[in-house]
Ligand binder design. Structure first.
Ligand code: FES
Length: 131
């Protein structure tokens, strides 16, 4: 059986540019290796910086059916346009059909940079499972 490779860590930009409690969408490239092939794939994440300087990264896809959602500062909520799921700043479901919280990605801050291990997760399930 083919073993699935661990996703690579990717540089998702500086931490200093993030405002505390103001989620920001970031785009970056992740190197994906399959056998001998290496590909640079564009990824998107939502980053949330906390008071203590730590950063949380959320997968950009709604856990209901995978639509892209976004942050609305005035309401302090992430909103998904497809079936109106709402999430708080910690990714918790506030309303709508989403079966679980927004999916977090392994993240760390190193030398002022946010580093993310991007992964894709199954949608429509109560449990977060890699796709
Ligand atoms: S895909 Fe987001 S609420 Fe359905």
């Amino acid at each position: 059986m083919l073993r699935k490779k661990e996703p690579e860590w990717s540089d998702a930009g500086t931490s200093a540019d993030l405002s505390i409690s103001e989620p920001q969408e970031r785009r970056f490239f992740q190197t994906v290796r399959t056998g001998w092939q290496e590909e640079r794939v564009e990824r998107t994440v939502w980053l949330v910086k906390k008071q203590d300087g730590s950063v949380t990264a959320f997968s950009p896809n709604c856990p209901h059916l995978g639509c892209g959602y976004r942050w609305f500062s005035q309401d302090k909520q992430f909103k998904c346009p497809c079936h109106a799921s709402l999430f708080d700043i910690d990714g918790k479901v506030l309303a709508g059909p989403a079966p679980r919280s927004l999916d977090t990605l392994d993240t760390k801050v190193e030398d002022g940079k946010v580093v993310v291990k991007f992964e894709v997760f199954q949608v429509g399930t109560t449990k977060k499972t890699a796709a």
